[in-house]
Design a protein around this ligand. Structure first.
Ligand code: CDP
Length: 231
């Protein structure tokens, strides 16, 4: 039997699971886990924005004078190295995870992410990493600007207090105090506001609110959606 055209077109859509959402909504850890479950590769677009920011900080610590040209020149030191199930952003060929996740980068990354040519640079790298592989990509605009044809689109949200609590738990490796959570919530809400213009929920994305979900549950839900979409 000949498949209807729409089925054929559906099968030709790239094997991309796009997970977008606001700061600390659990995109990267979820995306990594989903990729492992599906045997796909994970690509973290935020890590590239962070790496470009860290590379620029190394050249010019005063972000008040940064220009798009300066950021793009510094970003030449960034490489994306594949491992079994994900990619690691490196600076001058070296692992720099702590630097990428630190406060100096986090407070400046939204500024860099507003630069159109930096966005084009990140998007090219993400698409190149995805070429020839089934991937789970995470960021702010993966299901809209970068992979509008993605087979599965998820928009992850969670209550800001809960996002702050989880981020601190991960960073401090102990239970955070109420004061620490309140301070982190403020910082997250401020970054959400700065990122508003680059955060896009695709019209066909499935909204997953993880406030009351365990990570295991949210992974299972996304894996199930992906398996259904790939059938
Ligand atoms: O994990 P977290 O939510 O802290 O952020 P991230 O995914 O590491 O992204 C860091 C920053 O990169 C965000 O605050 C955005 O400014 C920017 N970003 C973006 O503009 N577009 C993306 N697709 C991914 C990240």
């Amino acid at each position: 039997m000949i498949s209807p055209v729409s089925d054929t077109a559906e099968r030709r859509r790239p094997l991309v699971v796009a997970i977008d959402g606001p700061a600390a909504s659990g995109k990267s850890s979820t995306a990594k886990w989903v990729a492992r479950e599906l045997g796909f590769r994970h690509v973290d677009s935020g890590a590239l924005y962070r790496a470009a920011t860290a590379a620029t900080l190394r050249v010019q610590p005063d972000s008040a004078v940064w220009t798009e040209e300066m950021v793009l020149a510094a970003a030449a030191a960034v490489s994306l190295v594949p491992s079994d199930t994900t990619f690691h952003a490196r600076l001058a060929g070296q692992e720099a995870e702590e630097e990428l996740r630190g406060g100096a980068v986090t407070s400046r990354v939204s500024l860099v992410a507003k630069m159109p040519r930096v966005r084009a640079w990140v998007n090219d790298r993400v698409r190149a990493a995805a070429a020839g592989h089934a991937v789970v990509v995470d960021g702010r605009d993966m299901g809209t600007a970068v992979f509008p044809q993605a087979r599965v689109k998820i928009f992850l949200v969670a209550d800001p207090w809960e996002r702050a609590r989880r981020r601190l738990l991960q960073r401090l490796e102990r239970l955070p105090t109420e004061e620490e959570i309140a301070e982190e919530t403020d910082a997250l809400v401020q970054r959400d506001a700065k990122d508003e213009s680059q955060t896009q929920r695709a019209a066909d994305a499935v909204l997953v609110d993880t406030t009351f979900l365990t990570q295991e549950d949210q992974v299972a839900r996304i894996v199930a959606l992906a398996k259904t979409a790939m059938r």
